[in-house]
Design a protein around this ligand. Sequence first.
Ligand code: DGL
Length: 262
Amino acid sequence: MDKRPIGVIDSGIGGLTVVDSIQKILPNEDIIYFGDNINVPYGNRDEKEIYDLTMKMLKFLEKKDVKLVAIACNTISAISKEFEGNLSYPIIDIVEPTIEHIIKSGIGKIAIFGTEFTINKKVYEKKLKERSENIDIVSVKSRELAKLIDEGKFDSDETFECLKERIDAIKELGDIYNVVLACTHYPIVEDLFYKADSNLNYINPAIHEAVAIKHYLKDNDMLNTEGKGNISIYTTGDVEIYKKVFKKLNLKKTKKMKKVEL
Ligand code: DGL
């Protein structure tokens, strides 16, 4: 047993979709969350900027003595290999477990909807092609959607129009049923995706990352079976938006919410 907390990072509030899954799958684990809301969106930045900003969050969590960090961001996960060997704890990214899920499901045709960086980097495309030659992949990106969500515009026409336009674009690309919400901000407005088209199968990678965390902790005898599932939030932005997402996702109460500078 390892009672130390799990660290979770994202450019902003998106990683709370992973927290949601961790709270359901690993209810005894304590969580320390870091969201770099002042610098969101990461998806419109270049690789060096994403690396440098992420490293600051990872170093912050190192001081908090976390037992593992979940990269609850597809954009950062696209460069997760770069962090290996530079940290005192293991990291689990969100892309690998989702690839595993897609392959195991035997899906033949899939759409990936993510940030500009994730899509341009072709992270899902390359990993899926390595595993299966027969899979047909289409990709759609947005520079605006993660930012609109991070600003708390969960019900606005602007957010709905922005995602509907991309869903329509996916449908024009062929007979597609499976759509990966490949940015952790997107499942926060899952209701809007269903409003745009309720006949599609939206895949939420957060669930698969939480399952991968469970397997890792179990295999390494690091599960916390006695903790209360406390969560502490640190952000470079405003804590108010966190209260709004906690309500929207119906998350378990926080122990603490704090604005910090990195
Ligand atoms: N939540 C992040 C992701 O999963 C991206 C948001 C951003 O662009 O900062 O890709």
